[in-house]
Design a protein around this ligand. Structure first.
Ligand code: ADP
Ligand code: MG
Length: 224
């Protein structure tokens, strides 16, 4: 089943008097259960692509369907609820809340989301904490953890709402290469065992070929 379908997607940013083309006609299909890696140099349009798929921004032109729904024809509220219900995000800089402990950081999206009863909420948090191997760190705060462990927290936080799609924008860029590979392997394992669909992007050629399908992006165009 096609989970994401981009057709002729163009995106330009206005910079002063000129328009900067970031995506110049992208076609991409992602099927449920896939692990897709988008590889491209800095400035090639990876973040723009992920932001559009994540309904954080709208294209200048073209069609984006998620779960068969046309995103470009939704109002802001509909886009927001699609994002909340179906999409999880993992960022380069982890974006954890420093004053909350690990458990609370992971629980946070569930508090924002529709009211789950406390016992179900606890079950969800417990289960994702286990799947990223951070059981013993749940009462720690983010600054007591290593970069790799912080990114594990961010992965758990992205998964706790049980999204259909997880978007990871250069999640390994702040990590040493051994830790980067461990994080990628963890995402690959979660993709297999929990059937989570991942769209991962990186500028790092060394990560190529480790998991799933590879899509190359160059100057705002996909060059398979
Ligand atoms: P990547 O994530 O691959 O590094 P981006 O999607 O961030 O690439 O950027 C693609 C192009 O769009 C670059 O030329 C970048 O300078 C430009 N760009 C990205 N965001 C903006 C913005 N908000 N305003 C103007 N130009 C932007
Ligand atoms: Mg980027």
């Amino acid at each position: 089943m096609s989970l994401v379908q981009l057709k002729n997607v163009k995106k330009s940013y206005k910079l002063g008097e000129t328009w900067v083309p970031a995506l110049r006609g992208v076609n991409l299909e992602i099927r449920a259960g896939e692990f897709t890696s988008v590889i491209g140099a800095s400035g090639s349009g990876k973040s723009t692509l992920l932001n559009l798929v994540g309904c954080l921004d709208l294209p200048t032109e073209g069609s984006i369907q998620i779960g068969g729904q046309e995103v470009t024809q939704m109002n802001e509220l509909q886009q927001c609820s699609l994002r909340n219900e179906k999409i999880g995000f993992i960022f380069q800089s982890f974006n954890l809340v420093p004053v909350l402990n690990i458990w609370e950081n992971i629980e946070l999206p569930l508090l924002v989301k529709a009211n789950l009863p406390l016992d179900q909420r606890n079950q969800r948090v417990q289960s994702v904490i286990q799947s990223v191997g951070l059981e013993t760190f749940k009462h720690h705060r983010p600054d007591q953890l290593s970069g790799g462990q912080r990114q594990r927290v961010a992965i758990a936080r992205a998964l706790v709402t049980q999204p259909s799609l997880v978007l990871a924008d250069e999640p390994t860029a702040n990590l040493d290469s051994k830790t980067a590979h461990m994080i990628l392997d963890l995402m690959a394992e979660l993709n297999k065992t929990q059937n989570v669909t991942f769209l991962f992007c990186s500028h790092d050629e060394k990560l190529i070929g480790r998991v799933g399908r590879i899509v190359r992006i160059h100057d705002g165009l996909i060059v398979e």
